[in-house]
Structure formats: C-alpha cells, structure tokens
Design a protein around this ligand. Structure first.
Ligand SMILES: C[S@@+](CC[C@H](N)C(=O)[O-])C[C@H]1O[C@@H](n2cnc3c(N)ncnc32)[C@H](O)[C@@H]1O
Length: 320
C-alpha cells in the first residue's frame, strides 16, 4: 500500500530551514500525511532525536510507519488530531519539545482517492460519495449527512464563512428544496445542485471549489481544530523552540497570522487603556514577517503547492 500513497511535501527545504533542527531534537509533526516532511526531519534529528507524528487518517499513519520503519522507535505515530498535541505530549511524558510542524489540509493521496469524497472532478463525480472526513473511522457525520440534516441557515453560514461564496443563501435554499425529493449522495448530485442554483457565474473562482472547501471545513471542524492546535503547540514548545505552519487558503492563513501576531504582542488590553493591566507577556517571536511562498519551479513540479503559505515563529519565555 505504501507505494501507492503519493504526496510531494510542499516547501520542504524552507520548512526544514525554519524548523532549525539539531541532532537529538524532539519534534511533533501534527500532520504526518505521506511522511515527506517527516522523513527529512528524521534525517536531521538522527541519530537520537524523536519524531512524534500525528494524523487523523489511519491509512496515512500506517503508510508513514512502513515508510519510516528504518527509524525504529525514533518515530512514534499517534492517531490523534493536532488539537490534542498537549495531551499527546503529556501522555508520553516528554520533558521538552523543540519544534512543531502543521502542514494543513488534505494530502494528495486523500484528494486522489475518489472514495474519500474530497474531489469533485466531473469525470468521476457520479461515483464520488460526499464523505470528506479526514478520519473516516470517527463515526462523525459525512458531508452527505450534513447536507441532509443542516438547516438552510447553517448551510448558508458555512458557505459564507468557509467558502466566502457569493450566492450562499440561494444555494442553501436550493439544497434544502432539492433534498425534499432526492438526497444529495455524490459529488455529481452536489455539482448539479450548484449549477441549478446558478451561482458564481463570471466569477474568478469556480463556485464548486468554494462549496467543496466550505463543506470540508465544516465536516472536519477545521478552523476550530487549527485554533486549538496553535494553542496546544505554543503550550508545549520549549523557549527557543520553533512553530512552523503551512496553510493552503486565506481562512487558515489569517488564523495563523493573527494568532502569531497576538502571541508576539502579548498584552491584550484595549488600546484606550493608558497602562497595561493584563500582564500578558509575548509568547512568540515571529520569524517570517511575510509568509514564505513556493517558487515557480516548485509550482511547475507540484501544482498543489501553488496556494501554500508558510509562517514560522519562535517560542519565547518559560513554557506554559
Ligand atoms: C497536507 S497533508 C500533510 C503532508 C505531509 N506533511 C507530507 O509531507 O507528506 C495533511 C495531513 O494532515 C492530516 N490532518 C488534517 N487535519 C488534521 C488534524 N486536525 N489533526 C491531525 N491530522 C490532520 C490529514 O489527514 C493529512 O494526512
């Protein structure tokens, strides 16, 4: 199975540079995926470092375990969300964490496996179920279930907030009308409904891209997971440790940018207050003033890298 799992790590050289790894380091890869970044991290921290790799996707974990089996117990794979990084670190009684990597979103393998339902390519869409769960064994509702159960107001709010979709209200209404007679089960059903709603004509982004993005975020609660994951990562890093995050759309990148900025500022008092009363100290120093983007060569070689934005920061002060 491992030879079938393909995913080219994005911004690999830049990520490794920003993680600033030394032999013996303890690193958390919160999104192990195809183990592309993990493999280079393990090379850097050998011979005696430890990489703890998390993923929600059990298939990704077992592939990573096989690929990196040569590293023995220098790699520990954990089936967990990165929002639980602090609990995973506690459960392993790790005294210190030198770096955390979050490479957000889905892997190429997940995207290219029609049964996972992440892609809406017309050619396969009749056979693509509306699933979209990163963790298909979780028992959480699939995209089809959400489309069946959610109210028009909920649907509209997801399309608006997570897809920034023009015509969100109209699409929500058309979905709730259509499901009265026929449930939406496949990507093709949803594509037909989007066309029927007649939204997004003449816009730069294909409305289907925005709708699928919004549903995926809702199914996996991705933005809350990211907020929690950033908190947990900041909490476990040692002073001087590095946090590196790669985002693939502006909603994610905005959350990363603002959390890093707030942590670098420290004080959360309203600006009109003459003196600080919150007493909060900065917990991060931002390293990448602007996000690092892939170069033309990388994009030509791996078009999925196109939207990537990498931000990194260093932990300040005493570990929380
Ligand atoms: C872009 S891929 C990572 C690719 C990896 N860096 C590599 O080089 O092969 C993102 C991975 O994160 C996982 N993932 C997404 N959200 C997650 C979460 N909240 N917690 C843990 N893993 C998550 C996905 O299942 C997917 O395998």
């Amino acid at each position: 199975m491992s030879s079938e799992f393909h995913h080219l790590p994005v911004l690999l050289k830049e990520t490794i540079e920003q993680l600033d790894l030394q032999p013996g380091a303890v690193v958390i890869d919160g999104t192990l995926g195809g183990a592309g970044h993990a493999s280079s991290i393990l090379e850097r921290i050998s011979p005696d470092g430890l990489l703890v790799g998390l993923d929600l996707d059990e298939q990704a974990l077992s592939t990573a375990q096989q690929r990196l089996s040569g590293y023995g117990n220098r790699l520990r794979c954990v089936h967990s969300s990165f929002r639980e990084i602090d609990r995973v670190v506690d459960s392993m009684s790790l005294a210190t964490v030198d770096a955390v990597l979050l490479d957000l979103g889905v892997s190429s393998h997940q995207l290219d496996t029609p049964a996972r339902g992440f892609r809406f390519a017309d050619a396969q869409s009749e056979n693509t179920p509306l699933d979209m769960r990163m963790d298909p064994g979780s028992g959480h509702p699939t995209a089809a279930e959400l489309l069946r159960r959610a109210s028009a107001v909920e649907l509209q709010s997801w399309f608006q907030r997570y897809g920034e979709l023009p015509g969100s209200k109209r699409l929500a209404r058309v979905i709730t009308e259509r499901r009265e007679t026929e449930p939406l089960r496949t990507a093709a059903d949803l594509l037909r409904t989007i066309r029927e709603a007649g939204i997004g004509r003449g816009r730069r982004h294909n409305p289907a891209t925005l709708v699928f993005q919004a549903l995926r975020i809702a199914v996996n609660d991705e933005l809350s997971a990211l907020r929690d994951g950033l908190e947990a990562a900041i909490a476990v890093l040692r002073p001087g440790g590095r946090l590196v995050v790669i985002a693939y759309h502006s909603l994610e990148d905005r959350i990363v940018k603002h959390r890093m900025r707030d942590a670098a500022r420290g004080c959360v008092c309203p600006p009109e207050l003459p003196v600080c009363s919150c007493d909060q100290q900065p917990s991060l120093r931002i390293i990448t003033r602007r996000p690092v983007r892939p170069g033309e060569d990388e994009i030509a070689h791996n078009p999925r890298a196109r939207s990537a934005r990498l931000r990194s920061a260093e932990r300040l002060g005493a570990a929380a």
